[in-house]
Design a protein around this ligand. Structure first.
Ligand SMILES: CC(C)(COP(=O)(O)OP(=O)(O)OC[C@H]1O[C@@H](n2cnc3c(N)ncnc32)[C@H](O)[C@@H]1OP(=O)(O)O)[C@@H](O)C(=O)NCCC(=O)NCCS
Length: 338
């Protein structure tokens, strides 16, 4: 009989057990050197005091032995029908029905929280093929009625990128983006641009291709941006931001890179250009400026990872020009409960 125990995010021993199963399960399927959240980053996120999301982490036990870890994320302000689930089974305990038992228990929790749109994801190396045939997470999802809602590509840029290459791209972008000004920084978003930053950050998930995902725009909330900055600092991460503003000072494009202090990588977070400002090379301009800032101030970072929908040709083309190459595939999965 499976017992699902919600852990206290301040209980370091429980968090370690939970995180170790997550990391081992991800590495088993994606490769030993795949980029996973560190234990410290995960614990700080679970501990975060936020009004926008209810995050729960679980250990699953059978006869007193820990066999799996689970997670549930319930948005509290928008997307109120959604629950995002995660199931991780220790590699040596697979194909015995453990994953199914954990998933069933998490689905029940989600239903009790009045959620009927369930989301999850599964990743695999590109070498396993586009449809993820034989990939445990993808097959498990198929078996349990989770459909592919959006196919993503993880791409990696090994650093450093030659400054001459960046300077050439930057010169090209600046001829197209005349009339707009760029502003970059490390750390907190400057007060003068945080309103525009918050608008773009709230819109990015719905402005990028969504495929069949059921998703509403997030709420615009400057306080939440500030809370996210506090969490970034607590996680030993560093944020690099760049915006483009029009002649009137309105923020029309943004991009953010977040460096993990623990694993030596940087991760691309949102990038968005307002619809009315598209066609001026601003997507390329902000990404190059941000990358130049990163290389100048975090020269020890070895690689940047980014995720894009496979159909997001514009962003993929920009990333290819910077030197990104596909490193993994990820399926965003979704099931609607009747
Ligand atoms: C996906 C995962 C949770 C499955 O755990 P599990 O305990 O092996 O799952 P179950 O034993 O309950 O498998 C249920 C069914 O899923 C399918 N399945 C699971 N793993 C599979 C695999 N490697 N190949 C083919 N089918 C598979 C099968 O239909 C299986 O039934 P069967 O064994 O009777 O054929 C586990 O492999 C894992 O932790 N992977 C890494 C994280 C992940 O991708 N999580 C899923 C997204 S939340």
């Amino acid at each position: 009989m499976l017992e699902l125990i919600q852990i206290d995010p301040f209980d370091g021993v429980a968090v370690t057990l939970w995180w170790e199963i997550y990391a081992a399960a991800e590495r088993a399927d994606r490769g030993a050197d795949t980029a996973v959240w560190t234990r410290h980053e995960s614990q700080r996120e679970l501990q975060q005091d936020t009004e926008t999301i209810d995050r729960r982490a679980y250990l699953a036990c059978i006869d007193g032995e820990i066999v799996a870890s689970g997670r549930l994320a319930l948005p509290l302000r928008d997307n109120l029908r959604v629950a995002t689930l995660g199931v991780h089974v220790a590699p040596e305990l697979r194909r015995q029905g453990v994953g199914t038992a954990v998933l069933t228990a998490l689905e029940t929790e989600a239903q009790e929280a009045h959620r009927d749109v369930l989301k999850a994801s599964a990743s695999w190396p590109c070498s396993a093929g586009d449809d993820g045939h034989g990939v445990p997470g993808r097959e498990f999802a198929r078996r349990h009625g989770y459909a592919l809602a959006l196919g993503d590509v993880q791409s990696r840029l090994r650093l450093p990128v030659a400054e001459a290459h960046l300077a050439g791209l930057s010169a090209e972008a600046s001829t197209r983006s005349q009339g707009f000004s760029l502003r970059s920084w490390i750390g907190s978003v400057p007060e003068a641009v945080v309103g525009g930053w918050a608008e773009l950050d709230a819109a990015v998930d719905t402005e990028a291709p969504v495929g069949d995902l059921e998703i509403e725009p997030a709420s615009v909330d400057i306080r939440e941006i500030r809370r996210s900055e506090m969490l970034i600092a607590q996680q030993n991460r560093r944020s690099f931001g760049t915006v483009a503003c029009d002649g009137g000072g309105r923020v029309v494009a943004y991009t953010q890179l977040v460096v993990s202090g623990d694993d030596g990588n940087a991760y691309q977070w949102g990038t968005l250009v307002r619809r009315e400002a598209r066609g001026h090379g601003l997507g390329l301009a902000v990404k190059i400026a941000n990358l130049q800032l990163l290389q100048e101030h975090a020269s020890d970072v070895r690689a940047i990872y980014t995720y894009n929908a496979g159909v997001n040709e514009h962003m993929l083309a920009i990333n290819r020009r910077l030197g990104f190459a596909p490193s993994e595939l990820m399926a965003e999965l979704q099931k609607r409960l009747a």
